[in-house]
Design a protein around this ligand. Structure first.
Ligand SMILES: Cc1ncc(COP(=O)(O)O)c(C=O)c1O
Length: 635
């Protein structure tokens, strides 16, 4: 057999295909991140984690690689610049980062900073997001697009900010908003910058397809659009309507769905131009997807196009339709969020696995003297001894049947606990023996193709699925998971990854594999004293903000890292994860009150001489420390 190579691990985890050239495996067998695609420089993530632990930053840790944000913004803008050149497009392109995808201040600031040279703006959809964007925009005059449902306060804030010089386009999602905007603009004496979101018939694909289509939640129907134009004309504000917006959903997996929406949206733009509306911008929304599983397919965790193909399609389709309609081409805007932030963060955590390894119960001797055992258990032993490649299928079914029989006998009281344990043990030995035979077979019978799943172990990892990768639980989205070390060695075990919440849903059983979705993660056997880490990749979009506090597991520690030529990496910021008392506060429990209550009880126990003063103070100190500590597992 040939020796396992790093290339084999790259293939096994499909890392080259989903990594977008930001991730690789180094000679030591550790996963690395590159500051830009194909860069010769790399940060060894496993070595970085070891350094962070020495600095007393405990796992789980969210690593935010800020250079990756810069790289993604550049890739999108470069793709549009090239497409504009190639098709001789007579107008401009601008990215507006929708901050809902990841609102962390440092992230938005970094994006605003890196995006300055491309004229990047921010897109917001709520009052809190507006406040954050206005604050970040202060002093740098970043343009802002304001989507989402708006009440009078929201509208007033936008219009007052516009009056004092902020560049904000307010996008009408509902007709009643327009009436309020007109009224309030008049009241404070300003000329608003207006956009309208139109509801297209075109839909996206997958989980977010309902963001488009006639029954979509947002936007004006075509008849309402005409009413809005009429109203603006009557009020003398038609020239203020500068932007037409549509958004047919996030993570559009098929390029033809994008084309479809572009054609319809640009036709609406062209007709409005012909009606004399002074539109200058066409905002095509988000939807530029991320190839989470690296399959470049239309499966919903993937996309069947890349950034260049997306940009080419957008520019080509819009130009084509405008030329045909003989109207000037609009300046282009896209609100790509997922595509900018997905790659920049990686959650790393430790495997707590030694507990799950089944200990050998020492039943070997029993195999030599099976006479004392019940016939059903003996039948299982017979299968174990006689199994060969010709009887695989039959033995597989017989094993399942006799094992079930053993359980029924146990329930009826005809089998004792030890014999049930032997039945369980022999069955698992049969499975191991069968899998060894199957590995040597060229043609595996169809019904045994999923056979490996019988060997799947549960590896426990120190994290909460609900807090850190909620979309894996909520919508079965795939995220690549890869061991951070030992990738020059063949992973001998196949496993599911369970989190530490008390919820059976907190387990990942779908993974990115060599051939797309896999039902297990190949992983190494871990020594009892080994520190073994896995990374959850491409989790920068939506996960940080959608995460919840199930079981009161809070925000993880987060570390912002930039590449540094001299020192390899630089820690820009460390954000301490939530403490236990932080989490208790969310649910109205007060840490001080908890300590006080327990103290009162301890004093009572001391007075009754049930415990000593030392025991009382030891317990209080322990509790006090725990309340200030991390919500995740320590040593
Ligand atoms: C109006 C709007 N713009 C932009 C986005 C961001 O989409 P994506 O993250 O797919 O780029 C969304 C998200 O669904 C949205 O609703």
């Amino acid at each position: 057999m040939s020796r396992w190579k790093i290339k084999d691990s790259e293939r096994l985890y499909n890392l080259t295909n989903w990594g977008a050239d930001y991730f690789s495996i180094n000679k030591k067998g550790n996963v690395c991140v590159h500051p830009s695609p194909h860069s010769k420089y790399a940060i060894d993530i496993r070595a970085l984690v070891d350094d962070l632990i020495k600095r007393n930053i405990k796992p789980p840790i969210l690593l935010r690689f800020m250079n990756v944000l810069e790289g993604r913004i550049s890739s999108i803008n470069r793709a549009f610049r090239n497409a504009i050149e190639e098709y001789d497009y007579p107008a401009t392109y601008q990215t507006f980062y929708p901050i809902k995808v990841n609102q962390q201040r440092q992230v938005v600031e970094a994006i605003a900073d890196f995006g300055k040279k491309y004229g990047l703006g921010l897109e917001v959809g709520s009052k809190p997001e507006l406040a954050a964007a206005i604050s970040i925009s202060t002093g740098q005059n970043l343009p802002i697009i304001c989507n989402g449902y708006k009440d009078t306060e929201f509208i007033a804030t936008v219009l007052h900010a516009t009056k004092i010089g902020y560049d904000i386009t307010i996008v009408v999602e509902k007709l009643f908003e327009l009436e309020r905007i007109i009224e309030y603009s008049k009241e404070i004496g300003i000329a608003p910058k207006l956009g309208i979101r139109v509801k297209l018939s075109a839909r996206g694909t997958g989980k977010w397809s309902t963001s488009g289509g006639d029954d979509a939640k947002f936007g004006l129907r075509i008849s309402e659009l005409l009413t809005a134009v009429d109203l603006l004309r009557k009020k003398g504000l038609l020239d203020n309507l500068q932007l037409l917006h549509f958004h047919i959903g996030s993570q559009i997996t098929k390029v033809d769905k994008i084309k479809n929406a572009l054609i319809e949206g640009t036709r609406v733009y062209a007709e409005m131009k012909k009606m004399g509306v002074n539109l200058r911008f066409l905002d095509i929304g988000g939807g530029l997807g991320v190839d989470y599983d690296g399959s470049k397919s239309s499966y919903f965790s993937s996309v069947n196009y890349n950034i260049e193909e997306y940009a080419n399609d957008v520019v080509y389709q819009i130009k084509n339709i405008c030329d045909e309609a003989k109207v000037p081409c609009p300046n282009l805007i896209s609100e790509s969020g997922r595509a900018i932030v997905a790659h920049y963060s990686v959650l790393i955590t430790n495997i707590l696995n030694s507990y799950t390894e089944t200990q050998d119960p020492g039943f070997e001797e029993i195999l030599e003297k099976p006479e004392k055992l019940a016939p059903t258990v003996r039948k299982l032993i017979d299968i174990y001894e006689s199994i060969d490649r010709h009887s695989l299928r039959e033995d597989y079914h017989d094993t399942a049947q006799f094992f079930q029989e053993a359980i029924s006998l146990f329930k009826l009281g005809h089998l004792d606990l030890q014999q049930r344990a032997i039945a369980e043990w022999v069955s698992s030995r049969i499975i191991v023996k069968m899998s060894e035979i199957l590995e040597r077979l060229k043609n595996v019978p169809e019904e045994l193709q999923n056979f490996q799943l019988n060997l799947r172990k549960t590896y426990f990892a120190n994290f909460s699925l609900f807090q850190s990768i909620p979309d894996s639980w909520a919508i079965d989205q795939l995220f690549p998971i890869v061991p951070l070390q030992r990738l020059q060695q063949k992973p001998e075990v196949i496993a599911s990854i369970a989190d530490i919440t008390c919820d059976s849903d907190g387990e990942i059983t779908s993974f990115v594999g060599e051939f797309g979705k896999a039902k297990f993660l190949p992983i190494h056997r871990i020594d009892a004293d080994e520190d073994y880490f896995i990374g959850f990749f491409l989790i920068g979009a939506y996960q940080e903000i959608l995460g919840d506090m199930h079981n009161l597991f809070g925000d993880t520690n987060a570390v912002h890292i930039t590449f540094n030529k001299k020192t390899n990496y630089k820690i820009d910021t460390v954000i301490k994860g939530d403490s236990i008392s932080d989490l208790l506060k969310y649910v109205q429990h007060d840490g001080t009150e908890i300590l006080k209550n327990i103290h009162t009880n301890l004093e009572k126990q001391v007075a009754l001489r049930r415990i000593t003063i030392e025991e009382s103070s030891q317990f209080l100190q322990l509790l006090d420390r725990a309340l200030q500590g991390y919500t995740y597992l320590g040593d």
